[in-house]
Write a protein that binds this ligand. Structure first.
Ligand code: PEP
Ligand code: MN
Length: 243
């Protein structure tokens, strides 16, 4: 049996500048990876932490995606941003903290963009599926469901990557299933084995945060791969014939 192929969704936690995004765009284009991700609206635990570049950031993601012919992925947090973002961003991400924001989900049911819905921090499998129905029943069937780890007592990883959720999703829905390795693990040393495990469980896309200078990143500095580290990951996944 030949291994299942996956697609990669790659980019920094947050857009910080045009130059930063341009470096990521270039590497994606080199490897023929289609999906460029970055957050411009950042749902940070502390209001004092960097909140993202907002509209200006969305413009940068849009520009770089256009330049390299990539599809863009970025988080939407507020219904008031839908009109602006729907024409600039191809795939609108609903973050973990907003999985229960049914007002937002209903409104996203009315757009044509693909919606990447992340599992809530402590959401059950059923709650996750039902949240996706808020988008679907309002008319948008272009949905990707993303497992990004759940809260458990375990502290060795940022969250606990629930791969049984991935296998179960593949049994009950026909949507694409994404595994966000960066936010699940919160560390980069076990991305490769967990990527292989996610593929075995049925993931269709893998999301990984990559930053040109992770040590200087304004958010999630410890979990982002450098471009060199990303190239090594890419080449190992390619060797395994997953890409
Ligand atoms: C993100 O993808 O940038 C993010 C904040 O992730 P999550 O919503 O899964 O915490
Ligand atoms: Mn992040």
């Amino acid at each position: 049996m030949s291994p299942k192929k996956v697609e990669l969704i790659i980019g920094p936690c947050a857009v910080e500048s045009y130059e930063q995004m341009e470096k990521i765009g270039k590497i994606l284009s080199f490897y023929q990876i289609r999906y460029l991700r970055a957050g411009a609206y950042k749902p940070r635990t502390s209001p004092k932490s960097f909140q993202g570049m907002g509209k200006e950031g969305i413009e940068i993601i849009h520009e770089v995606a256009q330049k390299y012919n990539l599809l863009s992925v970025s988080e939407i947090m507020d219904v008031r941003d839908i009109d602006f973002m729907k024409d600039k961003i191809d795939i609108l991400q609903v973050g973990s903290r907003n999985m229960y924001n049914y007002t937002l989900l209903k409104e996203l049911g009315k757009v044509d963009n693909t919606i990447l819905l992340k599992r809530g921090l402590s959401a059950t499998f059923e709650e996750f599926i039902e949240a996706s129905e808020y988008i679907n029943v309002n008319g948008n069937n272009n949905i990707w469901l993303c497992e990004r780890g759940i809260r458990t007592m375990e502290g060795a990883t940022r969250n606990t990557l629930d791969l049984s959720c991935v296998a179960l999703l593949k049994q009950v829905i026909s949507y694409s299933v994404v595994v966000d390795l960066s936010h699940s693990l919160g560390r980069k040393d076990i991305i490769l084995p967990m990527a292989c495990a996610a593929i075995a469980a049925g993931a269709d896309e893998l999301m990984v945060e990559v930053h040109p200078t992770p040590e200087k990143a304004l958010s999630d500095s410890q979990q982002q791969l450098s471009i060199t580290e990303f190239c090594q990951l890419y080449e190992k996944l390619e060797e395994e014939k997953y890409l």
